[in-house]
Design a protein around this ligand. Structure first.
Ligand code: ZN
Length: 81
């Protein structure tokens, strides 16, 4: 992670950094997993613990020097009870 340790998202306790990849000479991708044990349903605000799927979320982050930074976060999707 090195120079990237100050990123807010990757410093969250439930986010685990996996790997760094150079996509091109000017593009870096950081892959991470969000390991929350539950999520709150956006529709009814119920806590859900039932994992039914995984999704990747791509976030464009602030550049480091001359490099474009992308975060690829693997999240669990929870089924609303
Ligand atoms: Zn719900």
């Amino acid at each position: 992670m090195l120079e990237y340790k100050f990123n807010k998202f990757l410093s969250l306790p439930e986010v685990k950094f996996i790997k760094k990849r150079n996509l091109t000479n000017h593009t870096i991708e950081f892959e991470a997993i969000k390991q929350s044990t539950f999520e709150v349903c956006p529709k009814c605000a119920t806590k859900s613990y039932k994992v039914y799927d995984h999704v990747y979320v791509n976030i464009k982050d602030t550049p480091i020097r001359d490099k474009q930074v992308f975060l690829k976060i693997r999240k669990r999707r929870f089924k609303c009870p």
